[in-house]
Design a protein around this ligand. Structure first.
Ligand SMILES: Cc1cc2nc3c(=O)[nH]c(=O)nc-3n(C[C@H](O)[C@H](O)[C@H](O)COP(=O)(O)O)c2cc1C
Length: 416
């Protein structure tokens, strides 16, 4: 069953305006958190809810917040990751444009729990109209006393700043995002130290995805037990699955965490387009290793998808049909990562561009014996050998395509 939590108000009349949002019960969670709960209680509730990050890595949000040191003289920051750069992913844009106050409410509650007084929304530059909408919502919330100094008379202060990115996939990686926000080139930092202890401007920083934070008002409003029941005991709530590709009804579907992948594709997204047959599925954005058609009887929660050799990532499901040559898929993946590698780590910088060159050769009908093994060797030399996970994000899907569809790829080796 579709389970509308985050998307519940998407069609409510005028919901982008604060008055309409309040009419639907909006900002009651902020009132509850700030006036009736201690910050430690808010954090405890979010921990109990087992809210796992919706940006890619799936780390529990409450646990991450708990890593921020309590008594430090430096300011603490919250950075909202609204970069939404993973190919196939289009969920955060819906939340921000359809229900911007939901995100703002989540930001206020998270900031209160962690002791943050300045939060940044790092939004991809292409989302200009959405950035403007967020700025309008922030101005409205400030006017009504939900942001700014002495929020609701509680003595808690919070400023929220919208910062536009300039269109680099790497700037969605949390430490590259921090560098970019500081005005530098978006090169990832070595971890540890983790941003929770040394983050933005060398200060403790929490980085969370838009969808992650948008769950927080619901958890505070209805309690962790309610949230857990919507999903799984170790992975609470719903996910907004974005389905694209050769299905009849592409779009977003909010469903309980753990909903079966086949059900999402065939029941919710309407199944394959007329005359098309399923060949493969990318289950969590382009960096998630591909699944073959017979591997999709799979609960869509973080642990189960990892168990199947892939990852849930941003829950962006890309459906590929039998008429699509796997070489086309490989070419898109190879080109994207060669273009988006930030160049800081040699294996990723050189490896992704070599892979792209070989794939182009295959596509141009000049494939040579050993090409597929060369791609596998290059990708294996990227995997685990880079400073940030972009290396793995490039290598793992390429390896999966080469291994699972080797026979089809061998058909392109004209000089074998
Ligand atoms: C190359 C790369 C790109 C990423 N892009 C995004 C992104 O666009 N949005 C996002 O929320 N997380 C992205 N992430 C994941 C972030 O590094 C980080 O894990 C996330 O923002 C943490 O938030 P969460 O715990 O709420 O999921 C990316 C990671 C990598 C390695």
């Amino acid at each position: 069953m579709e389970e509308k939590v985050l998307t519940r108000h998407f069609d409510a009349e005028g919901i982008v305006r604060l008055d309409a949002y309040r009419r639907e019960g909006g900002y009651t969670a902020v009132e509850k958190a700030l006036t009736k709960m201690k910050s430690a209680e808010v954090m405890e509730e979010v921990k109990k809810a087992n809210l796992r990050g919706r940006g890619g890595a799936g780390f529990p949000a409450g646990v991450k917040w708990g890593f921020v040191p309590k008594d430090v003289p430096n300011p603490k920051y919250l950075c909202v990751n609204a970069d939404e750069g993973e190919p196939g992913t289009f969920k955060d844009r819906y939340i921000m444009s359809r229900d911007p106050h939901l995100l703002i409410e989540g930001i206020i509650i998270a900031s209160y729990a962690v002791g943050v007084h300045t939060a940044f929304i790092y939004i991809r530059g292409e989302y200009e109209a959405i950035a403007q909408k967020l700025e309008e919502a922030i101005a409205e919330a400030s006017k009504k006393g939900y942001l700014g100094k002495n929020i609701l008379g509680t003595g808690f202060d919070l400023e929220v700043v919208v910062h536009r990115g300039a269109g680099a996939y790497i700037c969605g990686e949390e430490t590259a995002l921090l560098e970019s926000l500081e005005g530098k080139r978006g090169h990832p930092r070595l971890k540890p130290p983790f941003p929770a202890s040394i983050g933005l401007f060398q200060c403790p920083t929490v980085i969370n995805n838009v969808e992650t934070l948008s769950n927080v008002p619901w958890i505070i409003r209805n309690g962790a037990d309610w949230f857990l029941k919507k999903g799984l005991p170790k992975d609470g709530g719903t996910r907004i699955f974005g389905v694209s590709g050769m299905v009849k009804k592409p779009g977003i579907y909010e469903l309980p965490v753990g909903t079966n992948l086949r059900t999402i594709i065939f029941d919710y997204a309407g199944g394959m387009k007329e005359g098309k047959e399923l060949k493969a599925v990318i289950p969590g954005g382009m960096s998630a290793p591909i699944l073959k058609a017979d591997e999709i009887d799979l609960p869509m929660d973080g642990d189960s998808v990892v168990g199947a050799g892939s990852m849930l990532g941003s829950a962006a499901i890309i459906v590929i049909d039998r008429d699509t040559p796997i070489l086309d898929v490989l070419q898109v993946v190879a080109e994207f990562y060669a273009h988006e590698s930030c160049g800081q780590c040699t294996p990723c910088r050189i490896g992704t561009s070599w892979i792209h060159k070989i794939v182009k050769r295959l596509a141009g009908g000049e494939g040579e014996r050993g090409d597929i093994d060369a791609i596998i060797r290059l990708a294996s030399n990227i995997k685990g050998k880079t400073l940030c996970p972009l290396g793995d994000a490039a290598a793992l899907p390429i390896l999966a395509i080469c291994r699972k569809f080797r026979q089809e790829l061998e058909g392109y080796l004209t000089h074998a």
